[in-house]
Design a binder for this molecule. Sequence first.
Ligand SMILES: Cc1ncc(COP(=O)(O)O)c(C=O)c1O
Length: 390
Amino acid sequence: MNEEFLKKRLTARQEEGLLRKLSVDHKRIDFSSNDYLGFARSAELKKNVAAELENLPVEYGVGSTGSRLLTGNSKYAEDLEKFIAAYHHAEAGLIFNSGYTANTGLLSSIAGKGDAILYDELSHASIYDGVRLSAADSFRFQHNDIIHLEDRLKFFRNKPDTPPEVFVVVESVYSMDGDFAPLIEIANLCEKYKANLIVDEAHATGVFGKRGVGKVGELGLEKNVFARMHTFGKALGCHGAIVLGSNSLRDFLINFSRSFIYTTALPIHGLVAVKCAYLLLDNGINNLLFINNLIHSFVSIVENKKIHGFLKSYSPIQSLIVPGNDEVKKTASLIQRDGYDVRPILSPTVPKGKERIRICLHTFNTEESIKGLIASIKKNVNAGSVFAQS
Ligand SMILES: Cc1ncc(COP(=O)(O)O)c(C=O)c1O
């Protein structure tokens, strides 16, 4: 077998300093994972999942045996969808195997030839890929720029062959910058220009809104959105995702969404974990207060210490800009050496010059570890560029 072409491309990637490698080293203090509420490591959740599995009839085996449309469906899955939809005040929901497949499956099916998708430039790769898989026209607007979005909405709506359907896709909390979309303004624009608003709530689920319903629920915009996507793999500590919307949207996706149709359904233990995680979330109002207090205290430490370079964010995602791939990698490895698990985010994943150390805050991060992390940043990041000269 000729594998030279693989090696050539890998070598080129290595030379660019962009080679990715898997690692199983999890000994450092976690300031990197999406496990914002500590659910993925929760002994209580683990115990609840085991008890729920134990109580299920034997027909619920290990694997789901097929796609939902063939042998992989269950009453458990359908009940769970109804439960989650009600939790988020939506009419209906359809579970996907991941947030990635939910976004690609939704966008590629819902927006057809002649339609238009307008999406924020800082959207997650799953949104980009969903747009790419769709036959619709697409346009990327500048991050959180309402004026640019309105300009594009006007353009598409004033075209002689105005698209039958226009979709606007945003994240309520952006995965790399940690900032919020101006959802109320965006929803108003969508109403004005008769566009369908799709909100990815991956990083808002479990963290914002009453009972962790997300930003759409927090702002009371449930009726203004066409679809919402919630993932289970972040604050809920599990795996999978759900698209929320109307009953017709659910029926549509069952019929047309290829990443839903052509894949084996989630196994029962995955569904049980998600149900138990939602129940834990519902009982855990303190988690929400805790994580939000932690975010505010982190931001005030950063401000008090006059640390420059952090992007303004009131979410668990706090990014410190360290320009240059080599510089950010070097800095991250120094902070890692001090025992803190932070990761460098390189270009082209983020724009050139906006390379960063992405810090995620969790309910299990102690005040002491946060202070230690900040001290490590102070010690290891180029003082001239990041800290105010006092
Ligand atoms: C904004 C956003 N959407 C979608 C996804 C994909 O979700 P999942 O990890 O469940 O595939 C992610 C995960 O990184 C994300 O950050």
